[in-house]
Design a protein around this ligand. Structure first.
Ligand SMILES: *Cc1c(COP(=O)(O)O)cnc(C)c1O
Length: 416
């Protein structure tokens, strides 16, 4: 996999390698076959850009798309994506009418049913519904006790031609720890819920419960369809297995340019709080990304690679900037610091002004990884990529390869 080329002129960017996403999908689809494949593109495709990722996913063979919100699903329809789309997090303010009008499948845990039916009635068009059972996660989904009544109510509406119950689904709580017994208990409850729905007359197109970790580690969870998010983006859901060990390639590279490079004496405090103090004369590099760009403020120590060397962030991460300590060997010679742009490497310290600073990438060349930032921030890789803010333009590579027969993959250089 080639390293993604930066778009010249962008001071900071998240480069999304669409060919990596396409390859990750092909790999995951093979693991999941014969089950169908839903590409989960909620939250702007975990920060990677919902529409370009969705187009890439469909071209790479994903039969379904999944989002949390109706608004996210409508965005896909507005972009011309016509494959089945399911969304599953609603409130009484959600626009069920727009969803039904746009042929968007709706997850239903209970109360939504009457809203969905009202929308279908007003549009004179049956709604496609996936009933959701809480098999143990304790979050969304109908309780076991309420399930038979929900199924019965849904079947009454189906017989009246207002809805079609096309799916039953659930979500796993501990699939990232494959040996835990709770997954088996959830599967038992899921089979029981499916049996109740089928006995009541539901003709299900898809029964689905697997997320990325279950798709990778538990074939017995695949049923008719897997719902994969994190894996599309090339990231590992397991604490003890890397992307490379799973045959996945991280799709997002986050980079900027060094904004300032300067010598400081011993005893120089760095950034708010002065928590880091130089213990010898050294040279600091200023990295113009901060928590407004989505880099967690607590992630001091996170890696930044410049000219092939990886440095930990020192001092507090601020809204717009963070600092790396280049070390005493980087001391700028007199006069050399005066804004000489265009890096020539460690032998020419002034050159790091304007040099590319990479926070994470695909790791193929030993560069820094999303997981190192997650560790520095006390969080998971999911959160790091998802939080990269809209202040960071997205650019895309590998689009032509990913375009496939349906075409329409984004041209290079599009910004989110
Ligand atoms: C987010 C989500 C997924 C995808 O989870 P990953 O671990 O990223 O694969 C699947 N199903 C539901 C209901 C979700 O909310």
């Amino acid at each position: 996999m080639p390293v993604s080329a930066p778009v010249p002129g962008l001071e900071r960017q998240a480069i999304i390698d669409l060919s990596a996403i396409a390859n990750n999908i092909r790999h995951l689809r093979e693991l999941a076959a014969p089950a169908q494949f839903m590409a989960v593109v909620k939250a702007d495709a975990y920060g990677h850009g919902a529409v370009p990722v969705a187009r890439t996913a469909v071209a790479a063979g994903a039969q379904w798309l999944g989002t949390a919100h109706i608004t996210e699903a409508l965005e896909l329809r507005a972009a011309g994506l016509e494959v089945p789309v399911l969304c599953w997090v609603h409130t009484p303010l959600s626009d069920f009418t727009a969803a039904v009008a746009n042929n968007i499948d709706l997850g239903c845990s209970g109360w939504e049913l009457e809203h969905i039916v009202a929308a279908a009635r007003s549009l004179e068009r049956p709604a496609r519904v996936h009933l959701k059972i809480d098999t143990g996660l304790g979050r969304n989904g109908c309780s076991r006790d309420g399930w038979p009544a929900l199924v019965e109510a849904a079947m009454v509406h189906q017989r009246a031609g207002l809805i079609r119950v096309v799916g039953v689904f659930s979500h796993l709580a501990v699939a990232d720890e494959p040996a835990r017994p709770e997954t088996d208990e959830q599967l038992d409850r899921f089979r029981e819920a499916v049996a109740i729905a089928e006995a009541a007359g539901a003709e299900l197109e898809v029964r689905h419960i697997a997320n990325t970790p279950a798709t990778l580690s538990r074939p017995d969870t695949h049923f008719d369809m897997v719902r994969v998010g994190l894996g599309l983006y090339g990231l590992s859901p397991f604490a003890d297995r890397t992307s490379a060990q799973l045959g996945l390639v991280p799709a997002m590279t986050l980079q900027t340019r060094i904004a300032l490079c300067k010598d400081v004496p011993a005893g120089q405090g760095v950034s708010y709080g002065l928590n880091y103090v130089t213990d010898e004369p050294t040279t600091l590099g200023l990295v113009p990304l901060g928590y407004a760009d989505g880099i967690p403020r607590v992630a001091t120590g996170g890696p930044v690679r410049v000219n092939g060397i990886t440095y930990p962030v020192v001092g507090r991460i601020a809204m717009d900037q963070m600092v790396i300590d280049l070390g005493p060997h980087f001391r700028l010679s007199a006069g050399a610091a005066a804004g000489t742009a265009g890096g020539t490497g460690a032998a020419e310290p002034a050159g790091i002004l304007g040099a590319t600073a990479e926070l994470f990438g695909n790791g193929n060349d030993g560069g820094p990884l999303v997981e190192q930032w997650a560790d520095a921030a006390g969080t998971v890789n999911y959160e790091v990529v998802t939080r990269i803010s809209q202040r960071v333009p997205r650019s895309y590579t590998g689009g032509a390869e990913a375009a496939g027969p349906s075409g329409g993959a984004p041209a290079d250089g599009g910004a989110a």
